[in-house]
Design a protein around this ligand. Structure first.
Ligand SMILES: *Cc1c(COP(=O)(O)O)cnc(C)c1O
Length: 420
């Protein structure tokens, strides 16, 4: 057991039973329920070990060989190995492993290339963009003039012609592509052309799909983009954190924006854990995993369609699917609650041109990174789809929700997470 919590779980149990009990019950929750949140995964015991290690104690402001503190010789090695692995895995000219999260990485990107008040063009939030792409309650929307592009109503795909027109009209300093709820591939070649036409920096926020790129399952934005930011904990399956790749010409600007521009000391336990995850991604087993994630998601989306719901854009090319559930007569908020009660963890999500408010929504978002790590295949996807459909329909009824939950538990028991 202790291997999942760092070295001394037994000691924690005697010292702080209250928190130790939470660690155990969270493990139990992850094992028993179906984890379909598209941005979640089960990281390896090796990654968890590094996160719970003494590297957490070390202050290492600065970069390897140029620290503001002494005693950094060991953590320097971990960061250098991580940087080299990132460059190799993605074919990148520069890598920065220090951002504490995806949102922090994005703060650094804005800081490296723009000044407050500048215009940035990014995917509209109601069409799948992230908070850091210009939400009024986020620094991005408060400090920058963020203009947005979206998807066409007819096919729910990014409208590149519209994107080009808006770019020509608003002349952005930077164009951001990447989203939290766009199930299709993005055409980075066209976006590069548009950036060149208007003289904009090409920024790809690859938080969601970078793991699929790492697994060589979808095309990479790295050859096209000036800068690629992402999280390391989604499909990539590493520790919670952020990372930035860039062209060599932008290396100094990126590094300065991360430190001292945005952060103090890096979390060296997380940097080492990122290095471990990158090594795992370099293995062919990870490539098989990434391809299976997509196969599973396609199977799940089509099984949900057979259950009478509609996959936005007609399906998916990635690890996530956005499902329009209006045919059920139930909104996203209620569906999310009923699934939760039935042991299925997913999230409500706005669909493009959603008639409901963002707090209610007409859709759900499902993803297959976690269930695929558990070992599930296309065989299990119709079973999951039918459990979701039943939970949405019957989950208000306590007895029916409990019955669905016990079927969920029976399914997940066949694919144990962190087997004992
Ligand atoms: C998840 C995500 C982020 C933010 O990552 P955090 O680690 O939660 O801060 C940023 N951008 C996109 C597109 C994301 O999907």
């Amino acid at each position: 057991m202790s291997q999942f919590f760092g070295a001394d779980f037994d000691q924690l149990q005697s010292q702080d039973p209250e928190i130790a009990a939470i660690l155990l019950s969270e493990l139990d929750r992850q094992r028993k329920n179906l984890q379909l949140i598209a941005s979640e995964n089960f990281t390896s015991p090796a990654v968890l070990t590094a996160l719970g290690s003494t590297l957490s104690n070390k202050y290492a402001e600065g970069y390897p060989g140029k620290r503001y503190y002494g005693g950094c010789e060991e953590v320097d090695k971990a960061e250098v190995i991580g940087i080299e692995r990132a460059k190799e895995l993605f074919g990148a000219e520069h890598a920065n492993l220090q951002p504490h999260s995806g949102a922090s990485a994005n703060v650094a990107v804005y800081q490296a290339f723009t000044k407050p008040g500048d215009t940035v063009l990014a995917m509209s939030l109601p069409h799948g963009g992230h908070l850091t792409h210009g939400s009024k309650v986020n620094f991005s929307g408060k400090w920058f003039n963020v203009e947005s592009y979206g998807v066409r109503k007819e096919d729910e795909l990014i409208d590149y012609d519209e994107l080009r027109e808006i770019a020509k009209r608003v002349r952005p300093k930077m164009i951001c592509s990447g989203a939290t709820a766009y199930p299709r591939l993005i055409d980075f070649k066209i976006i590069r052309e548009i950036c060149d036409e208007v003289g904009a920096i090409m920024w790809v926020d690859a938080a969601h799909f970078i793991g699929l790129v790492a697994g060589k399952a979808i095309p990479s934005p790295v050859p096209y983009a000036d800068v690629v930011s992402f999280t390391t904990h989604k499909v990539l399956r590493g520790p919670r954190g952020g990372m930035i790749l860039s062209k060599a010409a932008h290396a100094a600007a990126i590094d300065k924006a991360v430190f001292p521009g945005m952060q103090g000391g890096p979390i060296m336990s997380a940097v080492a854990a990122k290095a471990i995850a990158l090594k795992e991604c370099l293995d062919s087993a990870y490539q098989d995993y990434a391809k299976q994630v997509i196969l599973n998601c396609k199977a799940l989306a089509s099984a949900l369609e057979k259950e009478g719901m509609r996959a936005v854009s007609g399906g998916t090319d990635t690890h996530l699917a956005l499902i329009d559930i209006r045919s059920t007569g139930i909104n996203g908020k209620v569906a999310d609650e009923r699934c939760g009660k039935s042991g299925i963890t997913l999230n409500k999500n706005a669909i493009p041109y959603d008639p409901e408010t963002p707090a209610v929504t007409s859709g759900i978002r499902v993803g297959t990174p976690a269930v695929t790590t558990q070992g599930m295949s296309v065989t299990e996807m119709p079973i999951i789809a039918s459990l979701i459909a039943r939970a949405i329909k019957d989950g208000a009824d306590d007895a029916k929700a409990a019955a669905i939950r016990s079927e969920v538990n029976a399914l997940t028991a066949k694919f144990p997470v962190y087997p004992r």
